[in-house]
Design a protein around this ligand. Sequence first.
Ligand code: HEM
Length: 414
Amino acid sequence: MSDESDFDIMDPAVQQCPYEGYKQLRRTAPLYQLPSTGFHLVTQYDLAREIIRAPDAFPSSVSPMALSDDGIAPEILAIYESEGWLPLASCSTSDPPYHSRVRGFLEKLFTAERVRAATPMIDQIAETLLDELEGQTEVEFVRAFAHPLPMMVIADLLGVPQSDIGQFKIWSDAIVEPFSMMASRERRIECAQLVVQMQAYFADMVAERKRQPRDDLISDAIAYRDSDDVAFTMQELMTIITIDLLASGNETTTAAIGSGMKLLIEDSSALAEIVAEPALIPRLAEEILRLESPAQGMFRRCAKDSMLQGVSLAEGELLNIRFGAANRDEQQFANPDQIDLHRSKPGSHLAFGMGRHVCVGAALARQEMISAFRAVTQRYDQFWLTPGCDEPCYQPSLFGRNLLTLPIRWSPRK
Ligand code: HEM
């Protein structure tokens, strides 16, 4: 890249490996207005933190769905109006007072104590998935393990029977893809059709739980009352279940487990370290989150005319915080492109954000990653990309960093 004008994060080819481009931007233009979209990319750690810590000056209510050139297509509105509920802004793309109302419920769901209680279930799911792969020397790791694990965990917590989750990958992709800002209009319409199917499924579950509450997150959401003693509406419940819990939690954690395996394949000394000392696995999880941040970027909006890094910004202008760039900032992390299992502050990355919008599912996601890599490395200790397969590709997305497939070979521990 000769200068920053060569870097277009909207280019799917650039997204396969944006890190050299991020490095140059951090040096020459840490707040860079992308000519193709008009929004500003934020690539420095300190600058990202400054913006995130000022949520009133830089609020979050920006819907990537509405940012596409033609806004929300009338066909999509018609699908939701006639067959379902138009998704509301998610918790992460809303501001108070709606944000406080929804977050008040969500932030109590995955406390350390609750995650500790769920850990045997998470471990069991990891073991069951590996049992099913026993004897296979080659697997497509995303489909066989990285995707089903978080899906089965959240399904269990929501109270969805495991026998119903076959359809969930298709539904979950349909929720997330419109946020990627890379989906065609036709695909966005198809996604809306799939999302209303998913809403119908959950509307039935909500009706059933209203009649007969159970010990699950759907019953908790129905029973919740905010500080004004107001319950969630059906439209709010649909958004909370399908976007805040299912979509926010699954795709990101799948991305972390998939990217983590790829990183271990590329770094045999890190693999040898965790095989020899499994107590380092929580540190491995932090390094995966830092190096291949599953949420690569989130928007903020300028609430008023402002000045950042000598750049004047007008009210309404958009900032896209590239967590994936901030987490490799050489001013913050020594050897930023390397796995280092002995960093003094392993969790100081911004992969879960910080402040008002810090991820409510961070403790759950961390445990899922730990359970996943512990279970896999207890059974296998060598991993390779399957020879003859194409180089693994990431799904083009402004938001996520999901490997489409990861065909691997593995060899059992002796
Ligand atoms: C490795 C996995 C995960 C990553 C990397 C991740 C990343 C993030 C990030 C960066 C934010 C902050 C966004 C911002 O500041 O604009 C966030 C917020 C959020 N995450 Fe996660 N997340 C993960 C897993 C989960 C899980 C498992 C759940 C729930 C089951 C979840 C639910 C949420 C919700 C509801 C928010 C919005 C919080 C708010 O705006 O107050 N996430 N996540």
